[in-house]
Design a protein around this ligand. Structure first.
Ligand code: SF4
Ligand code: SF4
Length: 405
């Protein structure tokens, strides 16, 4: 593993951080045995930075991480990053309440890297300041309950710079990958943070998988023109670690092969080590993505739940997949949501009432309502839809016959 310092006079952190937002699941719950095995493999291969947040897996992510650390007795050997859910804080007393809950869930006495979660503008940071966040940080740092302070960001580039320059931050966390070089904080934000001596953690390096296993066949073909066989995830991660300004890169590794592969790239990529040929391949791939991607959804789920049961990320995944892979299957899957196959509740985009509740939560600033309409129009097919309805009725009858028998 390679290590870089994130904060001045701070500890050496593994360049690969474990993202606990997307643990493997089984029957809708974290698959604890699998998550433990994957985290242990990462730990044994030098990963020492573990990132979680209050809302991940409805609070169960923090608990899982706490259990993992306790079980293997490694608290002094790893660094926990956790986040104050700034978007839920409306009263001063809530700040301490959330923090205490987090310590309890993590079963720890301190948090190494504590972030204001998802600041989107200077205004949100100002709101926290009015509620006493500066006094809270001072007190917790003096007590040793918070070791380093930072913020995670999704928003416009100018707001990122304003937040960055408004406080003596030690580190920040931004979305960065080869498709987002000029989105959100972007390259300019990364460089400005570096000038100010503020460490940078990278999230969404694979854009919710769109730059990895979900990569379109045209992208894979472009990568295959290179002399050495590498996966799309390998390319995406290598591109990020090529930046000397980057500290830790978070990856949500919920499949065994992801853990193994990410560690392999983390071990071998040094800053400024990519050749001109490699950079050109990435530039060509960016063009392919721009032509194919319909909606820049990362599947983060922040817009969910929809009060009218629309599966927003599921709809956008199907919409993108149709253009990435040209598969009829994605249309069947989407229309299965529309008709409510196999006794599941209907969750197609046609249920959207335009209430707008989801849009303010989207870190990618997607015009969700507009894009849902476009997705539904594009994916809908009356013949398939009616066929699925008939199939659903037939299967429902078979099931009740079986139950009666
Ligand atoms: S705008 Fe549509 S998708 Fe968004 S929360 Fe309202 S009903 Fe759900
Ligand atoms: S629509 Fe936005 S908030 Fe919802 S899953 Fe996609 S990126 Fe996340």
């Amino acid at each position: 593993m390679q290590y870089r310092k994130l904060v001045k006079n701070g500890e050496e952190l593994s360049v690969l951080g474990y993202g606990c937002m997307r643990f493997p699941t089984k029957n809708g719950r974290i698959d604890e045995a699998k998550a433990d095995k994957q985290m242990l493999y990462a730990y044994e291969n030098g990963v020492n930075y573990y990132d979680t947040a209050y809302p991940y897996h409805n609070g169960k992510s923090e608990v899982m991480l706490g259990k993992f650390i306790k079980k293997h007795d490694i608290r002094s050997k790893v660094y926990i990053a956790d986040k104050l859910p700034a978007f839920l804080v409306n009263k001063s007393e809530q700040i301490s309440k959330y923090f205490d809950t987090q310590l309890e869930r993590l079963d720890t006495e301190y948090i190494d890297y504590y972030l204001m979660h998802m600041l989107d503008s200077l205004q949100t940071w100002e709101k926290l300041k009015k509620l006493g966040i500066l006094e809270f940080i001072k007190e917790k740092k003096e007590k040793g309950e918070i070791r380093h302070i930072g913020f995670s960001f999704h928003g416009r580039p100018e707001e990122f710079i304003k937040i960055l320059e408004d406080y003596d931050w030690e580190f920040c966390q931004i979305q960065y990958n080869y498709l987002d070089e000029y989105n959100q904080a972007g390259l300019a934000g990364l460089k400005r943070a570096n000038e100010l001596g503020i460490g940078v953690v990278i999230m969404e390096p694979l854009r919710g998988g769109n730059l990895a296993a979900k990569a379109p066949s045209k992208v894979k073909a472009k990568f295959d023109t290179y002399s050495e066989k590498r996966s799309p995830a390998f390319w995406a991660l290598r591109w990020i670690w090529n930046h000397p300004e980057v500290g830790v890169v978070l990856s949500g590794m919920n499949v065994d092969e992801h853990v193994v592969e990410n560690i392999k790239v983390a071990k071998m990529t040094k800053p400024n080590s990519m050749s001109k040929e490699e950079i050109e391949i990435i530039n060509d791939v960016k063009v392919i993505y721009k032509e194919l991607m319909k909606v820049p959804c990362t599947g983060c789920n922040y817009c969910m739940p929809c009060p009218f049961n629309v599966d927003i990320p599921g709809t956008f995944t199907a919409y993108n997949d149709k253009y990435f892979f040209g598969e009829r299957q994605t249309q069947f899957m989407y229309l299965g949501k529309v008709v409510g196959m196999m006794g599941t509740e209907k969750s197609g985009a046609d249920l959207c009432t335009d209430c707008g509740k989801c849009e303010r939560h989207c870190p990618q600033e997607i015009e969700i309502r507009k894009e849902l309409k476009a997705a539904h129009k594009d994916l809908d097919n009356v013949l398939i839809r009616n066929g699925l309805k008939v199939l659903g009725l037939f299967m429902g009858r078979k099931k009740s016959e079986k139950q009666e028998a």
